[in-house]
Design a protein around this ligand. Sequence first.
Ligand SMILES: [Zn+2]
Length: 321
Amino acid sequence: MLVRSVCTLLIVLSAAFTPHRDPSFEVGGGTIDVNLDSDLSQSAQDDLMNWVHTAANSVVAYYGRFPLQRTYLNVRSFDGRGVHNGHTFGVHNGGLIRISVGTQTTPDEFKKDWMMTHEMVHLTFPSVPEEHHWIEEGIAVYVEPLARLRAGNMSKAEVWGEMARDMHQGLPAADDEGLDNTHTWGRTYWGGAMFCLLADIEIRQRTRNQKGLEDALRGVMNSGGVITEDWALQHVFEVADKAAGVTVLQELYTRMKDKPVSVDLDKLFARLGVVRNGDVAKFDDHAPLASIREAISTGKPGKAAAMNASLDSLISNTAAH
Ligand SMILES: [Zn+2]
């Protein structure tokens, strides 16, 4: 609550000093008000606005619309290159994203950046109690590349290559006590992302590849579960499962919340037909879960998987050794 009132004050202050040229645009049913630091050159501002539009379009591609009517984007600049320090908050009348951008950031660096899309994904999900922070970050980590893929801003080879390269960081270590009790960086960001990948596959298995995680997440957003609201996690998963028509999220949460759950990721990616080559992937379209991988990539319902196995054969209640 303190954060919210502080941020509200910031908006009031920044609005009072906002130059008239600060841009505002509409996307997917929402308005984004951009507050730019005056240190940025005109061409840097143009590049930056392209980047903001691209990220917003990615979120709309995954969720079907922009999550909030009003979002305030507060961009600070620093001398250098790159994008740093993204933070997203709920404020009384919308969402607030604060982010820092180097004044010499190139168009290519903006194109490759993931952080703006990550922050905008946070807008789509309610605030949950601190011990469940892993689900907020896990969704942002998992959805961000898929959203960019669906908007044409990343390739399938990049998305699956990076997922196969990085997902192991979410596996439990020897002293793990489950996602709600183990607040390491790896378990928070990639443990949460692994939960989302498992849920996405299992929802598609049980619905014969007609529904996916995005149906569950859109259900939460469309029921008013966005960053400005505080929800209990159990309620989030009930609403999400109802939208998907299967109880995958509640079951997976019960299984992973207070116990280490290890996943045979090599076998999982092999079943999906993901063959990693460095940072990119090649695909085996004859793999048993290839049709599920394709539906996750495109967002279009697909054929039921050739293998109708539950995740049980890939999951074990043991920590890594
Ligand atoms: Zn985040």
